[in-house]
Each structure stands twice: as C-alpha cells, then as structure tokens.
Design a protein around this ligand. Structure first.
Ligand code: SAH
Length: 213
C-alpha cells in the first residue's frame, strides 16, 4: 500500500474516529512520513496503532496520544514551540508543520543527532535540536507560545510554566511511573489554569525537575 494511503487510514481510524477534530493537526499527520522516523527493521510498524521502540529504552508514542497532545496545545502558525523529549523526531516534524519555530531538547545525544539528521533530510528548516535536560526548559529561547513534553513528569516542572508566553499552553503527562494523565496548563498573566485530561503512559522525564536517574 502506498504510504499516503497508510497515513490517510491512520488519520481516519486512529485519530478522527477517536474524536480528533483539529484540521491543522490532521493535515500535519497526513503530511509527515512517520516511516522515516522509525528505526530500520521496524518500518513495517510505522502506521500501526501503538507506541514503537526507538532504542535506548525509549519509544515513540502512539499516534493518537501525540495528536491529542498537539490538539490540547492549540498551536498556531506563528507560534514558537518548545518540545521536551525529541526522541525519534516524529512529533518534532509534526510541530514543524504546525508552528513557525520549534525548539526541541533531548537527553540522549544519539537520539538527538539521529532525529536532527532525518529532519534535515526531509527539509524542515524551522527546527532547532539540542542535547540537555528539558525539565529545565530552554531559557535562551523563552518565552514559548506552547510547550509539549513527551516524557512523564512526577509533577509540573516550574521552569516550564515560567517559560510560557502570555496565553501560552503547556501540555504534559503527569503522574506515576506506569500511569499518568495529560495535563494542560494555560497561562493568564501571572495566573496558571490547570486542567486534567485522559490517562496515558509515557517513559519517564529524567532530570532536575523530573525523576532521578
Ligand atoms: N515525541 C517523541 C517521544 C520520545 S519518548 C517521539 O515521537 O519519538 C520521550 C523522550 O524523552 C525520550 O527520547 C527520552 O530520552 C526523552 N527525555 C526524557 N527525559 C528528558 C529530559 N529531562 N530532557 C530531554 N529529554 C528527555
């Protein structure tokens, strides 16, 4: 089956039928070649309805959960976005389709350089990848209109709230090691409004404002 067709089926069955309605998010999922970000030998799994191992004990999330996070983050074309946990780079590419500039931090140099290379090959030139502890955010490029964290935090890391622009949205999984909930925090001047959304399971956010190594 052609890859465009596989993407269309993924969008319909995994995203639209589960209630994802944001047209820009759906369009991004139709455009980004998920197969390119899956490590070799696993390409066959690229458009299936589950997380996929990407090496170093990490996984790229199920497409639905990525879509849900991106929908909650309500990203506009002019936005500057921080992504914590580059991983495979797949979500980074989706963000690059949705936003004007994407700043992405990954803890493992090996994953960061692999993701950066693929993003460059495909031609995303609005993405900046670095190696570091994303639980501290990326002060140099703050403030951000949206922050999306794709690793599970035991609590909301304070720097990520502080680095939000006015009306900025922070979306992240918060909870225990095996089960978390998606949380959305919206900044209104010095006030932060917090909402609890559906359950999920992510690999741990390891760092100063996350889990211990
Ligand atoms: N969105 C990614 C998900 C990768 S899994 C994808 O689609 O592939 C989460 C990633 O977060 C892992 O690669 C892990 O190494 C990274 N991570 C965990 N703690 C981190 C931290 N404190 N800073 C940056 N990256 C972190």
């Amino acid at each position: 089956m052609r890859l465009e067709k596989k993407r269309e089926i993924m969008v319909l069955r995994q995203l639209m039928l589960r209630g994802i309605t944001d047209e820009r998010v759906l369009k991004a999922f139709r455009s980004v070649p998920r197969d390119r970000f899956i490590p070799q030998g696993r390409d066959i799994d690229a458009y299936q309805d589950h997380p996929i191992p990407i090496g170093l004990g990490q996984t790229t999330s199920q497409p639905y959960i990525i879509a849900r996070m991106l929908e909650l983050a309500t990203i506009h074309a002019a936005d500057r976005v921080l992504e914590v946990g580059t991983g495979s780079g797949y979500q980074t590419a989706l963000l690059a389709e949705l936003a004007s500039q994407v700043f992405s931090i990954e803890r493992f140099a090996e994953l960061a350089s692999r993701a950066e290379a693929i993003l460059g090959e495909i031609g995303y030139n609005n993405v900046h990848v670095t190696v570091g502890d994303g639980s501290c955010g990326w002060e140099e490029w703050a403030p951000f209109d949206a922050v999306v964290v794709s690793a599970a935090a035991p609590w909301v890391p304070p720097p990520l709230k502080e680095q939000l622009a006015a009306d900025g949205r922070l979306v992240l999984p918060v909870g225990g090691t095996f089960m978390q909930n998606l949380v959305r925090i919206v900044r209104h001047e010095s006030e932060f409004r917090e909402e609890l959304h559906e359950g999920c399971t992510f690999v741990p956010l390891v760092g100063e404002h996350g889990h211990a190594r």
